[in-house]
Design a protein around this ligand. Structure first.
Ligand code: C2E
Ligand code: MG
Ligand code: MG
Length: 746
């Protein structure tokens, strides 16, 4: 700053008669830059006692371009620079302008160039480029002209500053909206509003109160208004009624503002009204630093409108959040909420050890189909209520998906012994009792098990395991079954690709009549040959396809291919052969299986009696009535039914009697024992007469030796299949094999 400052103060004092100013005098700061001391003197003289736009003038002085820049660095509110063009060099003035604009980035400051002679005038485009306000020769600048030029420049400076301030304010409002939206509820939001108003007005966060109506319809009074957020000396009053604020002016301002629903701006304060939804109306009281200027008032209005919208959104966000974490049908937390809680548990190292159980209702889809969705919803609600009532509040009961509940709690509470008995008593809906069984998958939460998502995945793996065992089962997650599940997932992924890449094909193994030695049928067996030539055993990939449900698509494809192959076999002259196709219980259970079978048969033109479906004893898990009904539909089409791997499953004799079965296939494990004295050696011998007694034909699988065939023949076994006669082979090889064995005219 130049030493002339003292002079400047003297100048102001002089105007006010030497006494202290009655009000803080606001001034415009002007910087006079000239290497000629006389010019400084005359300017000072010319401006003495002048006021522009109701403000006095404060003069700073510099005698070179460099000094001008230095002075400006220390002053950020210079309205006008009166700048000499020629100083330390011919271009010193213009260089200084360049530095003011580009180096100091003072874009609002107005610049008036003064030069000694007319010839030193800068080019017109220089004037534009540097945003130079005016250009005058020194002789032109009489007191009057100087006054006019300065007035124009100062007005222009004031406008530019106002624009900048309001732009900055608007930017801040937009930024604060973003910031405020992140708040959880109205309380956090209101606290945010206080901070934002303080920063908008550039005042400390003191003396700020936000009060809201608790009931949008009740008359507004200080007793009914609650303080939802406050700062500084008022912060202890949060949640208290407004009537407890010590200052009657503030109480009155807040009450009137909300009652009249408008902003109240006074010399001392600003009380702002934010009206969102009916119930979300609130007001903020702020101690103002002094009379609020036009821009501040304008900004506050914009802020209020903007923030009112924001308040609505905060409510919306809160509601969305509720929906996102809450199951509305059952009034329980949902999967996301459970995962969030699990994540928290994992972080809390001091919490007691927890376990997670996933409870799946057996045959819920069937119940829904049979009794309707309203009934299904009631059942779910009753189950939710029973779980909630039986478990302490510390346990979380959540709905994970359709008919799966998640229960999280201390390890000793989350056990099969505690949870399974909860389903012993029937549920009574519409006066009808109904027993419900569930499968449960358990997973322990420990710090090695990963995050919430991983834990739910682990429990799901255990649940799948339990469901595979049948109804009413439970299983616990172990790293081993986790690894197995991962291998399965990988295999399933590969299988899907293999299916698309035509890596799957069928092989056919002949079935021989033991009496005649001739082929009476073939069994279609699925083959997966990878691109590298390696084979994946059906024993490995069929269970994966079954568990994922992919078997239904795969099985239909097998059925079509097998019937098409049978068409070729018949066309080659072997018309009496039947085609045996393996069918998984999952396929059989899928809705519309009989219809599909009928359509595929019709497409192929094959007589239904030439097709045999091989089912395993595991169909029995569906329950006798259901399996009998499904197999009855198949039988009604004229298709034969064989029980595969007979003797290994758990079907009882009474089942056999009641199911429509045409053939029993003795499992190859028993065939292998035929010629031995080991336990099981006589099973085959018992199956043959049993089948015959029930009118069912018997086929022995896995016949590898002539001696086995001989023994089976002696027992009266009807048919056999095995490496002794032929290995499973592709269709063209099978046709060659048939031609060689049975002659071309068969
Ligand atoms: P499966 O239906 O009992 O098929 C007989 C299995 O025994 C076949 O194994 C066959 O290659 C094998 N085999 C036949 N003769 C002999 C023999 O003399 N000795 C020995 N050691 N084995 C013999 P593969 O092809 O590996 O099939 C395994 C199982 O995979 C099948 O058992 C069947 O349950 C299932 N599978 C195969 N294809 C399909 C299919 O298209 N759909 C369904 N759902 N399951 C299939
Ligand atoms: Mg089979
Ligand atoms: Mg078998």
């Amino acid at each position: 700053m130049s030493p002339e400052d003292d002079d400047l103060l003297a100048f102001i004092d002089e105007k006010d008669g030497g006494g202290p100013p009655a009000r803080p005098l606001r001034t415009w700061t002007l910087l006079i830059v000239d290497d000629d001391e006389d010019v400084h003197e005359s300017t000072r003289f010319a401006l003495r006692g002048l006021e522009i736009e109701q403000r006095g003038l404060r003069l700073l002085h510099a005698h070179s371009g460099a000094e001008c820049i230095e002075t400006m660095r220390g002053e950020d509110d210079i309205a006008v620079v009166l700048l000499d063009v020629v100083m330390e060099s011919r271009t010193a003035g213009l260089l200084t302008v360049d530095r003011i604009r580009n180096e100091l980035r003072r874009l609002n400051t107005r610049i008036i160039l003064r030069t000694g002679q007319p010839g030193q005038a800068p080019e017109i485009d220089t004037i534009r480029r540097y945003d130079i306000n005016d250009y005058k020769t020194k002789s032109e600048l009489t007191r009057n002209k100087l006054y006019t030029a300065l007035t124009t420049a100062i007005r222009s400076y004031a406008q530019l500053c106002a624009l900048e301030e309001s732009r900055r304010g608007l930017e801040q409002i937009v930024a604060s909206s973003h910031h405020l939206m992140a708040h959880d509820g109205l309380q956090g939001f209101a606290a945010g509003v206080i901070t934002q108003i303080a920063s908008l007005l550039g005042i400390p966060c003191e003396g700020l109160v936000c009060a809201g109506t608790t009931d949008g319809h009740a008359p507004i009074s200080p007793e009914r208004l609650r303080i939802i957020a406050a700062a500084g000396c008022f912060s202890g009053l949060v949640q208290h009624p407004v009537s407890e604020i010590g200052d009657p002016v503030i109480i009155d301002s807040l009450t009137r503002c909300l009652r009249e629903q408008r902003n109240l701006l006074t010399e001392r304060s600003a009380t702002l009204c934010f009206s969102g939804h009916d119930d979300a109306r609130f007001a903020a009281y702020v101690d103002a630093p002094g009379p609020l200027g036009e821009i501040d008032r304008h900004l506050l209005e914009v802020f209020c409108t903007n923030i009112s919208l924001c308040a609505d959104n905060v409510e919306l966000v809160a509601r969305l959040r509720h929906i996102a974490f809450f199951d509305t049908l059952l009034g329980l937390p949902n999967r996301s909420a459970l995962i969030q809680r699990l994540d928290q548990c994992q972080l809390d190292h001091d919490a007691p050890e927890q376990s997670l159980a996933l409870i799946d209702i057996d045959q819920f889809a069937e119940t829904n189909d049979m009794f309707g969705h309203v009934y299904g919803d009631r059942l779910l609600a009753d189950i939710a209520a029973r779980l909630r009532a039986a478990l302490p509040a510390s346990c979380m009961v959540a709905r994970i998906s359709g008919d799966i509940f998640g229960v999280l709690g201390r390890r000793e509470l989350i056990s099969p012994e505690r949870l399974l008995p909860l389903f012993d008593a029937p549920f009574v809906i519409d006066g009808i009792e109904r027993l419900v069984s569930v499968c449960i998958g358990f997973a322990r939460c420990c710090h090695e098990t990963g995050n919430g998502v991983d834990l739910v995945k682990n429990a799901s793996i255990a649940l799948k395991r339990a469901k595979a065992r049948g109804q009413g089962q439970h299983a616990s997650y172990t790293p081993e079954i986790g690894e197995e599940a991962r291998v399965h997932m990988h295999l399933l992924h590969e299988l899907r690709q293999a299916f698309g890449n035509a890596e799957l094909s069928l092989a056919f193994q002949p079935q021989i009549s033991l009496a005649t030695g001739r082929a009476v049928g073939v069994e279609a067996l699925l083959r997966w040959r990878r691109r590298d030539g390696s084979f994946v055993s059906p024993a490995d990939f069929i269970p994966v396809a079954e568990r994922s449900g992919m078997i239904t698509v795969l099985g239909t494809w097998v059925l079509r291919m097998a019937l098409s192959a049978l068409g070729h076999i018949q066309a080659a002259g072997f018309e009496d052969l039947r085609m045996a196709v393996n069918v998984s219980p999952v396929q059989l259970r899928a809705p519309g299986f009989a219809r599909l079978l009928k359509d595929v048969l019709a497409e192929s033109g094959i007589v239904p009696g030439r097709l045999e479906l091989e089912i395993t004893e595991s169909v029995a898990v569906m329950g006798l009535a259901r399996s009998a009904a499904l197999l009855g539909e198949v039988r009604a089409l004229g298709v034969d039914i064989a029980v595969d791997d007979f003797g290994t499953g758990f079907s009882s004799l009474s089942y056999l009697d009641q199911l429509p079965v045409d053939r029993l296939k003795i499992d190859r494990a028993f065939t292998a024992l035929l010629d031995s004295h080991r336990p099981g050696a006589r099973i085959a011998e018992m199956i043959v007469p049993l089948g015959h007694r029930l009118g069912i034909a018997v086929l022995a699988e896995g016949v590898e030796y002539e001696r086995q065939a001989e023994l089976l023949r002696e027992m009266g076994c009807d048919e056999a299949q095995g490496f002794l006669f032929a290995r499973p082979m592709p269709l063209d090889e099978l046709l060659d094999w048939l031609r060689a064995r049975m002659g071309p005219t068969q």
